[in-house]
Design a protein around this ligand. Structure first.
Ligand code: MOS
Length: 756
């Protein structure tokens, strides 16, 4: 059985191959409401599950009024630690590639506010919601610890997804001693929550020991195995469908307790169960970006060359798991310095476990680093762009390896030109607009690594001249439905309109993880290789067939384009795929491909996307209100498959940068440990009025090493560089250096350096 989702041909005919700005193939489905998201599924006989969450941050649940909840009309079951059936995996075990401990009602402990403490299952959403309210929990309360000061400091064994916590190159003490200019500065970033527009959702249906789940997921085949593991069934017994995601940002790549509870309820009740997290429950059991305190010490010689770059980061994590934001690692690969030292510390607090969130590490780390670099340029009396050029690294500063490609110099030049950076005064508070607002210009460097995840794909050329291409990829809005189809079309020598692209379900070849900005590179390479494999098989058939004009040409001697194979030496000799297949008696020919990188290149080269972001802000001198009025980014990310979608990704990242710099912050009540702004009214993100005219320039870059396509990634790099650019522009406008994000007006007007 396959319930794979197939997208129709694009509605607007455009160029068919990589490099063309093909319009989103799923756009029409989305704007007309025809795209089916997880929660849009309503299997017959479905029940609704609502999670009751803890209102305390630390302690024990001492009672739940299960009777009252069960007595409510429509409520069919209440699941608590007392009656929760066993799982095949311990929720407190770390399992899988991105192993996370989860909360699945394993006991009565409360480890953070909004932790699941019970699940109510009912015939209607209203009944389930009311049942959850009637549980009226009582607690044994222990004091909550939610701040750096209150939490328990420890040395993390690893940061991010398994990276070493500390790094040193050169003699950092000697570097500091040799400096003629010094910067010693500390930046703080708050806890941030993913807040995808589509909340986490699960529709689960059991059929014997087979499970079908509709749930938004960034790592479909990997997650299928994890889900199967918790329920003790083989992965093949799980069909996970995730054709569309309303955003993921990392939170939908990892396992969480609510999902497991919804599936468990469906098994207990032997009926389908739907669970959709309300917005406030997005602030607890499904991950976030941990808070950081980052101490940077930079030393420079008289000419403004770095002699020492020291970056020490402390990040919060939960009391029961070890994800630490790898913020200091942002200082490894960007600026040349004879001595680099980075360290990470952890602080355990009574907050849900953080996890990967859009540019994990790089976002927070580059915010602090780019501000510190701005401070360093000022200390040396050098323009911030010139300072970055003086410290440009021709090889990877951390490893000494050559870069696979690095067009950052071009990004600086093109970005500065488009912005009009030349002539920027060095000192702050030099520019005003006609309304008397203070005007400032700032910049930041952007950088992001180019990971690839194991991926596979299948391509089937059909006798009607079309092709079916398949990979279990995930499109969380980034455009995989379109860009991957473009890559597949090129691999097969077909117009994209002739490509039927199946994706988004776990019964297809494993398309890897849509994360780390590596999905296009990983699944794309697999699709490309599957296509060329299918063409090679077709060429074998044609060149061995005496009746074909290609007879005897040999595999290497044909070229695939426009649905035909051409003799390389003689263009007049060609034949259509359909004709080759028809005469051979084959209905189709199939190819398979994987998306791995050449291990030699991976070993020998440092691989990153780069960029430069320039920002203009205007600040009201009396009210401290900040408007970002211009934002220009220039990015070099290898081969661009679809410039329209790539720009859209970069805009999204830069908007996230505005959000990080000026808006986002989870505010914890220090006494209760609860997040007080767990909704989109109080947890601020930018709206249209906050976003200026933006430019994202795509800088040409040929990367012969990163993968056969030369594709890097554009998903996350936009947020890096942008935060620093805006913060630096605010300093340039006001003379006030705010070192605690987000930069809100109170921090500006209360600063003694901000005279009206
Ligand atoms: Mo992401 S944090 O790579 O989805």
């Amino acid at each position: 059985m396959s319930d794979a989702i197939t997208l129709p041909a694009p509605h607007v005919r455009l160029g068919s191959s990589s490099g063309q700005p093909v319009t989103r193939r799923d756009g029409h489905l989305k704007v007309t409401g025809a795209a089916t998201y997880a929660a849009d599924n309503h299997p017959a006989g479905m029940l609704y599950a609502v999670i009751a969450v803890s209102t305390i941050a630390r302690g024990r649940v001492t009672s739940l009024d299960v009777e009252a909840a069960k007595a409510h009309p429509g409520v069919v079951e209440v699941i608590t630690p007392a009656n929760r059936p066993p799982l095949s995996l311990d929720p407190d075990e770390k399992v899988g590639l991105f192993g996370f401990r989860i909360d699945a009602l394993q006991n009565d402990r409360v480890r953070y506010a909004r932790q699941p403490i019970a699940l109510v299952v009912a015939e209607t959403l209203e009944a389930a919601t009311e049942g959850a309210r009637l549980l009226s929990p009582t607690y044994e309360v222990e004091p909550a610890r939610v701040t750096f000061e209150d939490g328990e400091a420890y040395d993390p064994p690893a940061v991010g997804v398994g990276a070493p916590p500390n790094f040193a190159k050169g003699d950092i003490a000697a570097g500091h001693a040799a400096a003629t200019h010094r910067v010693d500065t500390t930046y703080e970033t708050p806890a941030q929550y993913h807040n995808a527009m589509e909340p986490h959702a699960m529709v689960a249906e059991w059929n014997g020991d087979h499970l079908t789940i509709d749930t938004p997921n960034q790592a479909i085949v990997m997650s299928r195995a994890l889900f199967a593991g918790y329920f003790g069934i083989p992965p093949e017994n799980v069909l996970l469908r995730s054709p569309f995601l309303g955003g993921g940002f990392g939170s939908k790549a990892i396992m969480n307790g609510p999902y497991i509870l919804a599936i468990l309820a469906a098994r207990m009740m032997q009926r389908p169960v739907k669970m959709v997290l309300p917005r406030d429950q997005m602030f607890g059991p499904v991950g976030h970006r941990g808070a950081t305190q980052q101490h940077l010490r930079l030393g420079m010689d008289a000419e403004g060359h770095l002699t020492a770059l020291e970056h020490n980061a402390v990040a919060t994590t939960s009391t029961f798991d070890d994800f630490i934001e790898p913020a200091a690692n942002a200082s490894h690969n960007l600026y040349a310095s004879p001595a680099i030292s980075t360290r990470h510390g952890g602080v355990r607090v009574d907050i849900g476990t953080p996890g990967p969130m859009r540019a994990p590490g790089e976002a927070s780390g580059s915010a602090a680093l780019e501000c510190a670099i701005d401070e360093a340029a000022l200390a040396c009396g050098i323009d911030p762009l010139e300072f970055r050029l003086r410290n440009y690294s021709e090889t990877d500063p951390a490893s000494g390896k050559p870069f696979s490609a690095k067009a950052l110099r071009e990004c600086y030049a093109e970005g500065a030109k488009a912005f009009g950076w030349a002539g920027r005064p060095l000192s702050p508070r030099q520019m005003k607009d006609v309304q008397g607002r203070l005007v400032g210009w700032g910049m930041g460097s952007a950088m992001f690594p180019c990971p690839m995840f194991p991926a596979t794909a299948r391509a089937t050329l059909r006798s009607d001249g079309t092709a079916l291409v398949e990979t279990a990829g995930a499109d969380m809005g980034q455009g995989a439905w379109t860009a991957l189809a473009q890559i597949a079309a090129d691999g097969l020598g077909l117009d994209v309109e002739r490509i039927e692209f199946r994706s988004g379900t776990s019964d297809l070849p494993d398309g890897g993880v849509a994360g780390g900005s590596g999905h296009t590179a990983s699944a794309g390479t697999a699709l490309h290789n599957a296509g060329t494999d299918a063409i090679a098989r077709l060429a074998e058939i044609a060149t061995a067939d005496r009746k074909s004009p290609l007879f005897g040409a040999g595999n290497a001697g044909v070229e695939a384009r426009d649905g035909r194979l051409y003799h390389r030496g003689d263009e007049t000799r060609s034949e259509s795929y359909a004709d080759i297949l028809a005469r051979s008696g084959n209905a189709s020919v199939e190819g398979n491909g994987t998306g791995a990188r050449d291990p030699k290149d991976a070993e020998e080269r440092a691989m990153f996307s780069h960029g430069a972001v320039f920002a203009e802000v205007k600040v009201d001198p009396d009210l401290g209100q900040v408007m970002v009025t211009r934002l220009v980014g220039a990015f070099a990310a290898g081969r661009i498959i679809n410039p329209k979608l790539a720009r859209s990704q970069l805009y999204g990242g830069m908007i996230w940068g505005v959000s990080f710099a000026l808006h986002e912050e989870a505010v914890h009540d220090r006494r209760s440990g609860r997040i007080m702004n767990a909704d989109l009214a109080g947890y601020h993100i930018p709206v249209h009025a906050d976003i200026p005219d933006m430019q994202a320039l795509l800088i040409h870059e040929d990367d012969p090493y990163v993968n056969v396509l030369g594709v890097k990634g554009v998903g996350e790099i936009g947020v890096t560089g942008t935060v620093g650019a805006i913060a630096n522009a605010i300093w340039h406008a006001t003379g006030v250096r705010v070192r605690r994000f987000p930069i809100t007006l109170d921090k500006l007007i209360l600063d003694p350096g901000m005279p009206a």
